[in-house]
Design a binder for this molecule. Sequence first.
Ligand code: NAP
Length: 491
Amino acid sequence: MRDLCVAVIGAGMAGIASVIKLREAGFDDVTVFEKAHDVGGTWRENTYPGIACDVPSHLYSYSFAPNADWTHTFSPGNEIWAYFESVARCEGVHERTRFDDEVVSLDYEGGRWTLATASGYRDVFDVVIAATGVLHHPNLPDLPGLGSFAGAAFHSARWDHHVPIDGRRIGVIGTGSSAVQITGALVDRAAHLDLFQRTPQWIMPVDNVPYDEAQRRAFRDDPALMRRARDGLGRAFADHFANAVTDADSPAMAAIEEACRAHLETVADPVLREKLRPDYRAACKRLVASGEFYDAIQAPNASVVTERIERIEAAGVRTVDGELHELDVLVLATGFRSDRFLRPIRVRGRDDICLDDVWAERPSAHVALVVPGFPNLFLLNGPNGPVGNFSLIDVAELQLDYTIQLLDVLRDGAEAVEPTVEAAEAFEVARVEATKGTVWVTGCRSWYLDDRGIPAAWPWSIDHFRDVMRTPDLTQYKVSSGASDGTGDDA
Ligand code: NAP
């Protein structure tokens, strides 16, 4: 048995889980690198009004850290951040983390990774686990004149809490989950709210029921009750959403569409209703869930602007019909660069292979976790994973259980483990074929689609993902016993 020295990049949800699961499996030499000042990842960064998670809170929790105190079915973002912070603190994650230091490069040689940070720190690790998140780099719209806006303009993930909101004229660009939550939270506070809609979205109605103290006490007193609640939510979420979207013709998918159509009918004004009606199938884009949005957008001080934006001016947004929408605050709820996995970290793998070159067309990873040519490197929630239609916590936990089994191969003496090119190619061929049955290819533009218009996500059921993650198939891996080129004994 050899001791392994592990670097984890990112102290968000997946990075915190990594420390805990690695320690449970007996891997104690773990250092976390976090470029920000605190843990929490996306929940530290996204603080916009109305932020919540549309995966039920008892499901959007670590399996090993249930939380009896969730206040709502879909608890708000600050509560979610506090949950991660407290799990990390209890589990000693902070003590293992180098904060405020960004990893800039990873270089593989002779079975080890040299990791360098922006501050000049360098060290060598046997294993690197990238927990760098998926929806991390804001997608800033290329709108002419954006810099000339005289009011405050910021991306939804960079909310400026110094900017007053109450009684101001607010513009929100976008109609994704972030924009819908922001609209619901701000319309009562704004003098006027303009929602700039390039594409309407189907909205799944959800009821955000609070848990009262008696329910929270019952969960606290009976962990088995909480476990059953979590399992029930997990099964329902898989059957009625996560698996449904991977089979466009399924009855569950038809039920989602019907629920969205009926929800849209609750919009009283027929003109507004038609403005909000998408011309593609529900869940083709990542489904938006909200019980508040239609009420909010029907408020007398709210407008949906469907004319295309021509340019941004000092006073507001000029649309192509010539109208100037005067604003004090402009929120860019324009999404994320979901293809920027790991980057801008420069990663040089075996035989000087650069990840930027391998991913020049688009990122991809065998079983959404590992890449040929990059031994002992694991990408949690990596490319081609079940992103958007499942709890990323479950995905990270399943991937960690799988990763730890590969680390056991290293602990038992192997120098390096990486997927074979053949296995990765076969996976990608099967994956692309399976995307043809998903609702994501039924005729819409979305961040699921890659440069070819093929969904980049996991196209099979979540149950299949669980099966694949149960045990690594070592025939799909090259296990090197010490040859520095990583092409030693095949397992
Ligand atoms: P998004 O779903 O990618 O939506 C971006 C919006 O901005 C779209 O409506 C898009 O229009 C619009 N847009 C982008 N560039 C534009 C431009 N140049 N001009 C006009 N409109 C433009 O982003 P998001 O709402 O931040 O959500 C991203 C993902 O984060 C979600 O899909 C979800 O997975 C996750 N999320 C989850 C939660 C949660 O509750 N769990 C909450 C927020 C976000 P088009 O549709 O026309 O492209």
